[in-house]
Design a protein around this ligand. Sequence first.
Ligand code: FAS
Ligand code: PHB
Length: 389
Amino acid sequence: MKTQVAIIGGGPSGLLLSQLLHKSGIDSVVLERQTKDYVLGRIRAGVLEQGLVGLMEAAGCADRLHAEGYAHDGTLISYGDEMFRIDFKAHTGTPVIVYGQTEVTRDLYDARDAAGGIIHHEVSDVRIEGARTNSPVIHYQMEGAEQALRCDFIAGCDGFHGVSRKTIPEDVRREYEKVYPFGWLGILSETPPVNHELIYANSPRGFALCSMRNANLSRYYIQCRLDDRPEDWSDAAFWEELQRRLPAEIAAALVTGPSIEKSIAPLRSFVTEPMQWGRLFLCGDAAHIVPPTGAKGLNTAASDVHYLWQALTQFYQTGSDTGLDAYSSKALARVWKAERFSWWFSTMMHRFPDQTAFDLKMQIADLDFLRSNTAAQRAMAENYVGLPY
Ligand code: FAS
Ligand code: PHB
């Protein structure tokens, strides 16, 4: 089999790239190791930057997003019973859109299916051959048979545990990592959100986040121990702990109910450089991970996809590879700013096991400065709504 761009991974990065390439008249094949239902069953990100909204529009997939997504002009930040608001719209003129990653993925699947896009599910044993040549080949198993996909370029969109990053030799790769000493226990409940905007809470008992998917579907998170398991937390225990971490007025307004999903995500900051090796290009979680505090994971995958889509379109339309040669440095310039913001926001909002009294004073001073300083609030707003591509 032959295609122009072989895409490993059928998550949001891979599907968005495939659909955008299709809009540019460029053929691609997506190789996904899970089933479509499994991919669509994942509950992950919830906040979209305008950049990702624009890409969904360019991909012809934004109708439902515009109909069902919620524009949020700001967010609340609480510490103890203190609470203040960051006004994204006033500082940047831009809202963020609350719309689940699951829905983004569903819209992209629908578009690929409508366009006759080729997505092979349940592939296994994916190996990359000849990434440094002009005719790479991807070998894989599908339906019990050995397959070979010849291509011009490979997009490694296979997430943190994929094969693409590891195809780049260890002596070429430079990896940077910070593992946080806690996780996020998240639940989904068919209850009305406690507030119409998100609430990020720093409390003596740890971090909490109040988010949502729609008027009757709420998403809540609490910081938890690394050795916690979802089954260690009854719904009642979760709700009680969440209420203890929120300002009294918010806790009193919380509507609780049975969880329909409960999971724990570890938190890490991770970047691999370079994001390119020959004709292999890494996108999204295959190249970088952020703690979800700043809602940057999905949105930074989107800017990678934008740069690679533009570079591949330039190559096929003009023969120039200047965009492809610049991809890694261009993508990393924005990735590192998202890493910094996510690290800063996570450090300010979570309680660390080894935190000293001085560290805690620094955290409170950071929050007080953000609360009282317009320039600090503008900087936060510009990072949260998304820095320019
Ligand atoms: P993904 O990991 O989504 O997709 C990679 C795809 O590649 C998967 O479908 C996988 O099955 C496939 N794959 C892997 N190896 C393969 C192989 N060898 N062959 C073929 N296919 C292979 N971000 C936020 O902004 N906010 C959040 O709240 C948030 N919560 C998260 C919770 C969890 C548990 C996780 C893991 C991540 C979370 N993220 C969050 C980050 C997340 O949204 C990612 O940034 C986003 O999924 C990135 O998309 P992809 O790069 O497509 O990677
Ligand atoms: C979510 O709604 O899942 C969500 C929102 C904001 C974040 C992380 C997760 O920072």
